[in-house]
Write a protein that binds this ligand. Structure first.
Ligand SMILES: *Cc1c(COP(=O)(O)O)cnc(C)c1O
Length: 497
C-alpha cells in the first residue's frame, strides 16, 4: 500500500515515509492510494476479538511495510489495560433507545486523542527503523488543548525523539493548561502563544515547508515530524475504533450485521469525522455523518452552502478543542469527493490562502450534502444539553460531547431518521469541570479540584488518576511568546541558532 498527496496524485510514498514526514513537501496531505475493503463477515469476527487484535488486523491493511512482529509490538505497547482502565479500550454505552455513545476517553490524558497518540510514537519510531533513519525526530505540535497533552504523554522520554508543543494562552481550559505545563520528561517543551489555535497551526505548517530550516535540521542530524491529525499515523488508529464500535454494536445485539448506522462527531480539525468516513469507504454501512460544531461553525456553513469561508470572528467557547476555523483534514475529504483531481484541490487551497475562502462545484456540494449533515450550538445550548442529559439519562458528558448530542438530536428531529445513532464521546467530563459543573449545579467553586470533587459527588463517576495527581505536580513551563516568534522559539529549543 502506497500513499499519495492530496496536491500531487502521482506521488508515491510508503506508509513509513508518510508517517515520518507528516506533511507532503507540496503542502498536501498523505492519503492511501486505495482503500482496502473489509467484508461484513470479517467485521462480525472482529466483534469476538479483543481491541488489540481488531487494531492489528485493520492496521495491517494500511501499514503494509510494517512486519507482523512490528505491528503487534506497536499495538500491544499502546493499548494496555493499565493505560486505558480495561482491555476493552473503548466503550459503547446506550444513552437512550437508538442513541449510543462511543466513549473514546478512557486513556491516560482523558481525551480521545489518546487513541491515536498512544500509538503514534511507536508507529513513528518503527517507521524510522524501517527507513534506516538515524536522525533525531522533532515533533512539533499546535494544540487547541487535548492534542498537546496526549502527544506529550505519548512521546515523553521516547528515545530518538523530542517534542515541542504550542498552545493558545487564553484558549485552553485550566485543567488542559495544568496538564501540559506540569509535563515531565527530558525531551519535552511546552510554550504558550499570544494567538489562537489557527495561528499556531499555520506557524507549524510553515516550519514544515521551510526549505532553509530543513537543510539546517539535516546538517544537524534532525528532522521534523507532526503529531497533529495531518499525520496519517494519527488518522489510521481512528479508523480502527469506528470499525471496532460497529462490531461492538453487533456483539451487543443493538444492530444486525449489515444494518446502517448514523455517526455523529463533534468536530474541529475534521480528523475524527474523516476517520469515520474512511471506515465507511472500507465497508462499514453508514447512512449519514452528522458534523457537529460549536459557535465556530465554519463547517456547518460549508456543508449547508458549499462555501468554506474562514473570514469570520473567532469565538473562544467552552468546547475549546473545537475552536478552529481552518479544518485541515477537510482537504482529504475534498480530494476524495473530487475523485482525486489534485488540480481542483490545489485551486481550492490556493483560493483559501489568497481569499480565506473557496466554493466547491455543484456536483461536489451535492455529494457532500448526501453524506454529511451539519449543525452547531452555542455555549448556552451546550450547557443546557449537559443538564438535560444528566437529569434525564443520568449520563454526565463533557462540553464537546454535548455539542455532538445536540446536533444528533436536531438531526433526528428535522429528518425523522431513526437509524441507530453512534455519537463520538470525545473527552472525560472532568477535563472541563467548571463548564460541566456549571451546567448541572448553581454554585461553582473557583478551585478546579473542588469542582472535580463536587462533580464526583453528584455523578458518582470516579476521578481519573491522571487528573487527580496534577494537583501536587510542580509547573515546569511558563513561557509565553508572540505568535510570529514560534519559528525562532523552535530554533532556540533545538540549539540551531
Ligand atoms: C480534538 C477534539 C475534538 C475535535 O476533533 P477533530 O479531530 O479535530 O475534529 C473534539 N473533542 C475533543 C474533546 C477534542 O479533544
Amino acid at each position: 500500500m502506497k500513499y499519495k498527496s492530496t496536491r500531487n496524485r502521482e506521488l508515491r510514498v510508503s506508509a513509513a515515509q508518510a508517517i515520518m514526514q507528516g506533511l507532503s513537501e507540496d503542502g498536501g496531505l498523505f492519503v492511501p492510494e486505495v482503500f482496502p475493503e473489509i467484508e461484513m463477515e470479517d467485521i462480525e469476527c472482529l466483534a469476538q476479538k479483543p481491541y488489540t487484535e481488531r487494531a492489528i488486523e485493520i492496521l495491517s491493511l494500511f501499514l503494509t511495510d510494517f512486519s507482523d512482529e512490528q505491528l503487534v509490538s506497536c499495538v500491544e505497547n499502546a493499548y494496555t489495560e493499565k493505560k486505558f482502565g480495561s482491555d476493552s479500550i473503548i466503550r459503547v454505552e446506550e444513552l437512550r433507545e437508538g442513541v449510543n455513545m462511543l466513549e473514546l476517553w478512557h486513556g491516560p490524558t482523558c481525551a480521545f486523542k489518546d487513541m491515536a497518540l498512544q500509538l503514534l510514537p511507536h508507529l513513528l519510531t518503527t517507521s524510522a527503523e524501517i527507513l534506516g533513519n538515524k536522525k533525531e525526530i522533532v515533533i512539533l505540535v499546535a494544540t487547541s488543548g487535548d492534542t498537546g497533552k496526549a502527544a506529550l504523554a505519548g512521546f515523553q522520554n521516547v528515545p530518538g525523539t523530542r517534542i515541542a508543543v504550542f498552545y493558545p494562552e487564553d484558549g485552553v481550559s485550566p485543567m488542559q493548561k495544568r496538564q501540559m505545563t506540569t509535563q515531565e520528561g527530558e525531551n519535552v517543551s511546552v510554550c504558550a502563544i499570544k494567538g489562537n489555535f489557527d495561528d499556531a497551526q499555520s506557524a507549524v505548517k510553515q516550519i514544515f515547508t521551510d526549505q532553509a530550516l530543513r537543510e539546517k535540521m539535516n546538517a544537524n542530524e534532525k528532522m521534523f515530524s507532526s503529531a497533529n491529525s495531518i499525520n496519517w499515523g494519527r488518522l489510521v488508529p481512528q479508523i480502527v475504533y469506528y470499525i471496532a464500535a460497529y462490531a461492538q454494536l453487533i456483539a451487543d445485539h443493538v444492530i444486525q450485521p449489515g444494518d446502517a448506522v448514523n455517526i455523529c462527531v463533534p468536530t474541529g480539525n475534521f480528523g475524527n469525522i474523516l476517520a469515520a468516513y474512511y471506515a465507511k469507504k472500507m465497508g462499514v454501512p453508514v447512512n449519514r455523518f452528522i458534523c457537529a460544531s460549536n459557535q465556530n461553525h465554519v463547517l456547518t456553513d460549508f456543508i449547508r452552502t458549499g462555501t468554506y469561508d474562514k473570514n469570520r470572528v473567532f469565538h473562544a467557547t467552552i468546547s475549546p478543542s473545537m475552536d478552529i476555523l481552518i479544518s485541515s483534514n477537510l482537504e482529504r475529504l475534498l480530494f476524495d469527493l473530487y475523485e482525486e483531481d489534485d488540480a481542483s484541490v490545489r485551486a481550492l487551497y490556493d483560493a483559501l490562502a489568497r481569499d480565506g475562502k473557496f466554493t466547491v462545484s455543484e456536483g461536489v456540494k451535492k455529494k457532500l450534502q448526501t453524506l454529511f449533515w451539519g449543525d452547531y450550538c452555542d455555549d448556552d445550548a451546550t450547557q443546557a444539553t449537559i443538564r438535560t442529559v444528566f437529569e434525564e439519562e443520568a449520563y454526565l458528558c463533557d462540553t464537546h460531547t454535548a455539542v455532538g448530542i445536540y446536533a444528533a438530536e436536531r438531526y433526528q428531529e428535522e429528518t425523522q431518521d431513526d437509524t441507530q445513532m453512534l455519537i463520538a464521546s470525545t473527552a472525560n467530563p472532568y477535563k472541563f469541570a467548571a463548564s460541566v459543573l456549571g451546567a448541572v449545579y448553581d454554585d461553582v467553586p473557583k478551585d478546579e479540584y473542588m469542582q472535580i470533587e463536587m462533580l464526583s459527588r453528584l455523578s458518582g463517576l470516579p476521578v481519573p488518576e491522571g487528573l487527580a495527581e496534577l494537583k501536587d505536580k510542580p509547573v515546569r513551563f511558563t513561557r509565553s511568546i508572540e505568535k510570529d516568534a514560534i519559528e525562532n522559539e523552535v530554533i532556540s529549543i533545538l540549539g540551531l541558532a
